[in-house]
Design a protein around this ligand. Structure first.
Ligand code: APR
Length: 171
């Protein structure tokens, strides 16, 4: 039975099989959680990312974790919010689904997600949270190696809001 955990914190500190990076399509680093992960992982991560030649929105690619406590980093590119009429919802769902599928393909058991697209990419937090919870919950209904999915919220307000959304979703 897989479990879903919700925590407030810095995803770069987690000792899990994989942390998910909310990257951009170049995979060459950036601000937000992308910048934090690259700073904590060190130069080896960028070197490996260069060899991946980018990533399309909604897709996911995996690298080593380098100086991070996590064994791997799964890089996914969320949609930029354009008002909701540009397939943002399906692309965001694809980020969660493809990241989980990559984890299963690599026989990983624990994976941590940030709130993809809700920062610089401007996705409304409540809508993005609902998509994240729905996609992960649906995925965990299928047999696979995933033992725990951790949603990591950076800010206190995001953490509280996400918990409320998760609780109402469960009912
Ligand atoms: N740990 C966990 N979550 C974090 C951390 C961290 N260390 N730092 C930021 N976050 C949270 C933000 O608070 C936000 O809720 O991650 C969420 C995603 O925000 P961004 O990092 O801005 O990512 P996103 O909105 O997907 O935009 C991606 O930003 O950093 C650039 O290169 C990246 O161009 C890409 C864009």
């Amino acid at each position: 039975m897989s479990e879903i955990t919700i925590i407030q914190g810095d995803i770069t500190t987690l000792k899990v099989d994989a942390i998910v990076n909310a990257a951009n399509s170049s995979l060459l680093g950036g601000g937000g959680v992308d910048g934090a992960i690259h700073r904590a992982a060190g130069a080896g991560l960028l070197k490996e990312c260069r060899a991946l030649h980018g990533c399309n929105t909604g897709d996911a690619k995996i690298t080593g974790g380098y100086n991070l406590p996590a064994r791997f980093v799964i890089h996914t590119v969320g949609p930029v919010w354009q008002g909701g009429k540009d397939k943002e919802a399906i692309l965001l769902a694809n980020c969660y689904h493809n990241s989980l599928q990559l984890a299963v393909d690599h026989h990983l058991q624990t994976i941590a997600f940030p709130a993809i697209s809700t920062g610089i990419y401007g996705y409304p937090f409540d809508q993005a949270s609902g998509i994240a919870i729905q996609t992960v919950t649906d995925f965990l209904k299928k047999p696979g190696t995933i033992r725990e999915v951790i949603f990591v919220l950076f800010g206190k307000q995001d953490y509280e809001t996400f918990k409320v959304i998760f609780t109402t979703f469960e009912k």
